[in-house]
Design a protein around this ligand. Structure first.
Ligand code: GLU
Length: 378
């Protein structure tokens, strides 16, 4: 049994087969309305909810009367284009019933990989959540070409969870979790309740190593689980076949829980410190160093000098006046813009740059400091 109240931010991925009736190609409205009731209840309990919704291709192909069978890329893109126009309002209508606003976000692989775009997408997500809206995300299938597509919303959802610092990702599909062998072929198949690490045995269960069997969608689900748990997000695979699928999980319906190895903030900080090549340096004044050590963002006023070359979203080193590195972070401005605003008040950014920029040079969520004990002397 998983208690959602132990989490703060949930990403819920909904598969096409749940949202769209296979026979008629139309939306399963009653089911969607029951899921949205669950979402509204969790939101009332204080959780942030982000939805990753598939279904545009399944809906659009029926609306365009496309032939059965596998679609060509351009056909599925056309179907997605038409289907998305129907999918988003369906979410909006049911959420509005609970007085909740919907924000549609269509992402490409690049939006989540290139740091500059990643920061923008993340800021939009944060702002939607701050104002109480539910972001409803899908891949931007209409423009994503074959080489640069996720192609599956399981991995897209894991990436979104990482981007949003969500602590739990729920994949709702037609299977209630991971089994040690295919339950359709083996009545003794054992359901796996909890996965603490993705070992070769677990991969084999999903058919990844090719040693046992392939169970279709399970491969991308395990790929999603790998991404999720590494970035501090626990992941649940649960069946969404019945109404009120989230309540069902809380009431004990069978599911598999993949436990995150650490919390999302720690994982993100490790990523910033360990996996990014810094392309520039910011030299901070003493006041700014103290402010950062207290957990604040770095404001332009606290930066006395910049070096190297960077673009918005790049990793930079944060140095004291005497050249000691206290941490690293993702910078909110390009080098040339940063040059104009360092040492200045955040309220002057608009007049200096000609547009309303971000108030922080490096936001605290995008910053990781080295171990504090090293700076006791500062
Ligand atoms: N983006 C696709 C759609 O909306 C779904 C991809 C998937 O189901 O994983 O139809």
């Amino acid at each position: 049994m998983t208690d959602f109240s132990t989490f703060k931010r949930l990403v819920i991925k909904v598969g096409s087969a749940l949202l769209v009736d296979y026979e008629s190609g139309t939306l399963r409205s009653n089911w969607l309305s029951s899921l949205v009731e669950d979402i509204a209840r969790l939101k009332k309990q204080g959780l942030d909810i982000i939805v990753v919704s598939s279904g545009s291709i399944a809906l659009g192909r029926q609306m365009l009367s496309l032939p059965h069978g596998v679609l060509k890329l351009e056909e599925s893109q056309a179907a997605a284009s038409v289907g998305q126009v129907a999918l988003a309002p369906a979410w909006a209508k049911f959420l509005e019933y609970h007085d909740i606003k919907t924000g549609q976000i269509l992402l490409t692989l690049e939006d989540t990989e290139a740091r500059r775009r990643y920061l923008n997408a993340r800021a939009t997500l944060e702002t939607l959540l701050k104002y109480g809206a539910v972001p409803v995300i899908n891949e931007n299938d209409t423009v994503a070409t074959a080489e640069i597509r996720y192609g599956d919303n399981d991995r897209l959802a894991a990436r979104v969870a990482m981007m949003a610092g969500a602590d739990c990702l729920v994949l709702l599909s037609d299977i209630d979790g991971l089994y040690d062998c295919p339950p359709s072929q083996n009545p003794d198949a054992r359901h796996i309740d909890i996965v603490e690490a993705i070992t070769p045995e677990i991969e084999a269960m999903a058919g990844i190593s090719g040693t046992t069997f392939a169970s279709g969608g399970m491969i991308t689900k395990i790929a999603a689980a790998k991404m999720a748990i590494k970035s501090g997000t626990s992941m649940i695979i649960a069946s969404g076949r019945e109404d009120h699928p989230l309540s069902a999980i809380q009431e004990g319906a069978r599911h598999t829980l993949f436990l995150a190895s650490e919390n999302p903030v720690a994982a993100r900080k490790r990523w910033i410190l360990g996996h990014l090549q810094a392309t520039g340096t910011l030299i901070l004044d003493e006041g700014a160093v103290q402010a950062l050590l207290k957990g604040n963002s770095l404001l332009p006023a606290g930066v006395s000098h910049i070096d190297g070359f960077f673009q918005r979203g790049d990793a930079v080193c944060l140095l004291t006046a005497s050249g000691e590195e206290i941490g690293r972070g993702l910078v909110s401005y390009d080098f040339n813009e940063a040059q104009k605003i360092i040492g200045q008040k955040s309220s002057d950014i608009e007049s200096l740059l000609g547009y309303v920029g971000r108030s922080a040079m490096v936001h605290r969520d995008d910053m990781a400091l080295h171990d504090r004990n090293d700076y006791n002397a500062l």
